[in-house]
Design a protein around this ligand. Structure first.
Ligand code: AMP
Length: 144
């Protein structure tokens, strides 16, 4: 199997659970390593109108991200460990960077997440990742 390292991009939208389940199943079948990436959006961290200091906001967001990833870990089969990346930045840029750093042979991503209404056919993050990824990208649609 050509996939040795699989990176799954997760946010807090339900489709991420579906993407993570597929990534975990593929990782098991391929005997591949799995890694999660959840990007803390720098635009939110630096938004002036939250009234929260950026470093305070970033620390709270990191804590939330770890809890989010822990919830995804609980869905994994017992014998499957996973790395995690929790960078701060633009989601599409940081997902591609994590894929290069791993380095991933496959990125699994949801077709739409929280930003779903920005694009009708494909979420803006998914589209940008597909255009810039260093490896194949598996785009997972919501269950119908
Ligand atoms: P969107 O373009 O926001 O509709 O999101 C499409 C997909 O990109 C989601 O289903 C996730 O797999 C991924 N994604 C979006 N935002 C993030 C983020 N902040 N961190 C990691 N993955 C993300």
């Amino acid at each position: 199997m050509i996939f040795k390292k699989i990176l799954v991009a997760v946010d807090d939208a339900p489709i991420s659970a579906h993407a993570a389940d597929i990534a975990a199943e593929l990782a098991q079948l391929a005997g591949a390593e799995l890694a999660f990436v959840h990007v803390i959006d720098a635009e939110l961290v630096n938004a002036a109108d939250t009234g929260i200091q950026p470093d305070v906001f970033a620390a709270a967001a990191k804590e939330d991200a770890r809890k989010l990833i822990d919830d995804f870990r609980k869905r994994l089969p017992q014998q499957l460990a996973a790395l995690e990346f929790v960078p701060i930045g633009a989601p599409h840029t940081e997902i591609v960077k994590a894929a290069k750093d791993l380095p991933a042979d496959l990125i699994v991503i949801g077709s739409h997440g929280r930003g779903g209404i920005k694009r009708v056919l494909l979420g803006s993050v998914a589209e940008s990742v597909m255009r810039n990824a260093p490896c194949p990208v598996l785009v997972v649609r919501a269950k119908t």
